[in-house]
Design a protein around this ligand. Structure first.
Ligand code: OGA
Ligand code: MN
Length: 290
């Protein structure tokens, strides 16, 4: 049975994409200005579904920026190489001869910032014939499936996140072929962000609770050692990516995913050796989490 378009959205067509996360928005041309009503519903759906997918969009870099600015304020990523002509757009690129990709481990972007980015608008310029899908996982679902006892304990805890491990000098030491990554990432000296956020956050739009630790940027629980934190964090990382909590997005040239960093994780599959994948990413500013 085909999923039904949701009747509680009046100005956009929203069709759930999977049971727990994701929705497809159809009959919309993002190269054109959007009305206040459409903006409001896009943001509501973004918070509710965690990621919105759009297909068959034709956007110049300037139109991509215009859409992002219609939704929020652009956050310029410190570490990704920017598109030459458009410093506010980051390139998420894998050349045919490169082995590693960006975002291959489950994560949510920017949790190392005090005010983590709200989300990103990723636009597909070139996609492989097969492969290169992106997985998303619902951190609402991950939260909701925890026991009352675990929710209660985590509800009073905070966690420390950092950019140092992934974007600082250490990151290059961890990667066998530094040039593979070096052409895409830079600015190692700017990787000095450390942040502390509640382990369970309340989503600013939906008011729902979401699990907010991730395997890429979270270091430990505040007041705990890394060694003490690891077993519980590892438990949560495995718990949160049960297939039931996820969806898998298959890109076409012209597809867009607009995800919400507060209530989802994502993971870029690296299964298209020898092929090119080129995406443009614009990230939007977020707010402090509580
Ligand atoms: C990102 C990211 C996923 C992808 O841009 O933050 O993780 O599928 N990208 O390219
Ligand atoms: Mn990412």
């Amino acid at each position: 049975m085909k999923a039904e378009t949701r009747s509680d959205y009046q100005f956009i067509n929203v069709t759930p994409y999977a049971a727990m996360v994701g929705a497809e928005v159809t009959d919309i041309d993002l190269s054109r200005p959007i009305s206040g009503e459409v903006r409001e519903e896009l943001l509501r759906a973004h918070g509710e579904f965690g990621v919105l997918f759009f297909h068959d969009q034709t956007l110049s870099p300037d139109q991509h920026i215009d859409f992002a600015e219609a939704i929020g304020h652009i956050n310029v990523n410190r570490f990704f190489k920017a598109v030459d002509t458009h410093p506010r757009i980051a390139e998420v690129r894998k050349d045919p001869d490169q082995k590693t990709n960006i975002g291959s481990r489950w994560h949510t972007d920017h949790s190392y910032d005090q005010e983590p980015a709200l989300g990103s608008i990723l636009y597909a310029h070139e996609v492989p014939q097969q492969g290169g899908d992106t997985l998303f996982a619902s951190m609402y679902a991950a939260h909701d499936a925890l026991s009352d006892g675990m929710k209660k304990m985590l509800g009073s805890m905070r966690a420390v996140h950092t950019s140092r491990r992934n974007f600082g000098k250490q990151a290059y030491g961890n990667i066998k072929d530094a040039t593979d990554v070096g052409s895409r990432l830079g600015n190692v000296d700017a990787a000095t962000q450390d942040s502390v956020h509640p382990v369970l956050i309340t989503h600013p739009v939906t008011g729902r609770k979401a699990l907010y630790v991730n395997d890429t940027f979270t270091v430990k629980f505040e007041g705990w050692t890394e060694e003490e934190s690891k077993p519980l964090l590892d438990y949560l990382y495995a718990h949160a990516v049960q297939p039931e909590f996820t969806c898998r997005f298959k890109w076409r040239k012209g597809s867009i995913a607009f995800w919400d960093n507060r209530c989802t994780w994502h993971k870029a599959l690296n299964d298209y050796d020898g092929q090119m994948r080129l995406m443009h990413r614009i990230t939007l500013e977020g707010t402090a989490l509580s």
